[in-house]
Write a protein that binds this ligand. Structure first.
Ligand code: NAP
Length: 288
């Protein structure tokens, strides 16, 4: 427990993850662009910081959990970012956001120049697994850095897998989120098709959940679909971003590309801040 952690990004995922590290006994400093989000973590025992420089000075390991490539680049490589700080040698950066493999490779190179280690370590699992320390963590980088960060991963997840060089974690994450998008699209199309014949959404979800095709995600999202309530656990804008990244990484199969397009239209249509399962709203509008 001697690692001192500097945590940047206290959104839907970052806040419960950082909280688990504090509860596990780590010394944790936090930084968030919107300062107010730090209060709940400070109540749990986190040290608040007013700048990335202050956080970096405190930490052995810097963990980021923010929205997208632009945010991660700004935090590490921006004018007041991690790489602009002093005394970086030997520190380890762990980016757990979902970003492109290229971004991770580029930032890992820049970290190396500063004699730092860098891991891409995106996660599978949404807010509930984050709260329960049950995430699946996909890691790219060096084994040395992985071994250093492993005690952190052991608190945050039920599984961490070392997959190879920088970018490997991101590639695996884009692949598993492609599968997630298939599932959301599938549940939505199943529901809309059944509704046309007068079968209710709740009956259809019961049929799905009690059969072999039901799974964790169908059970978690049942109340969203039945109640037409899409308060975000995993915002649609983030899944649209992940599918765009998969396309940029060479996704070329037809169903995947169609779903990517659907998510992009849903985003353009103003559904980005709803949960990713709200793709049904876009498909319903299209069918009417
Ligand atoms: P979120 O709730 O939207 O939180 C985003 C966080 O990023 C906030 O702390 C935000 O700061 C920060 N941020 C955004 N742009 C920034 C910038 N330019 N500079 C500094 N900070 C910035 O997102 P989330 O759901 O926690 O997701 C975080 C990451 O995990 C994303 O890459 C997402 O794809 C991935 N992910 C999410 C889930 C999920 O179910 N939610 C599951 C797996 C992976 P402010 O508070 O100031 O806005």
């Amino acid at each position: 427990m001697s690692l001192r952690i500097g945590w940047i990004g206290l959104g839907n995922m970052g806040a419960p993850m950082a909280a688990n590290l504090i509860k596990a006994g780590f010394e944790v400093a936090v930084y968030n662009r919107t300062e107010a989000k730090m209060a709940a973590l400070v109540d749990l025992g986190a040290k608040p910081t007013a700048s990335i420089a202050e956080l970096v000075a405190f930490a052995d390991v810097i963990v980021t959990m923010v929205s997208d490539d632009a945010a991660v680049k700004e935090i590490y490589d921006g004018p007041n970012g991690v790489f602009s700080c002093k005394g970086l040698s030997g520190k380890v950066c762990v980016d757990m956001s979902t970003v492109s493999p290229e971004t991770s490779k580029d930032l890992a190179y820049k970290a190396e120049v500063e004699l730092m280690l860098y891991l891409d370590a995106p996660v599978s699992g949404s807010v509930k697994p984050a709260q329960d320390g049950q995430l699946v963590i996909m890691v790219g980088g060096s084994r040395l850095a992985y071994n250093t960060a492993k005690p952190i991963f052991d608190v945050l997840g039920k599984l961490s897998l070392f997959l190879g060089d920088n970018g490997a974690g991101n590639s695996a994450k884009l692949a598993i989120n492609l599968m997630l998008a298939f599932y959301f699209e599938g549940m939505a199309e199943m529901t809309l098709f059944a509704n046309k014949s007068g079968i209710s959404t709740s009956d259809m979800m019961a049929i799905l959940n009690e059969g072999a095709m039901g799974c964790g995600i169908s059970k978690i999202k049942t109340s969203n679909l039945v109640n037409d309530d899409f308060a975000p656990a995993f915002a649609l804008k983030h899944l649209a971003k992940d599918l765009r990244l998969a396309k940029e990484q060479g996704l070329s199969t037809n169903v995947g590309l169609t779903i990517e397009e659907n998510y992009q239209h849903a985003l353009d249509g103003g559904l980005g801040d709803l949960d990713s399962a709200a793709i049904i709203k876009y498909l319903k509008g299209k069918a009417e």
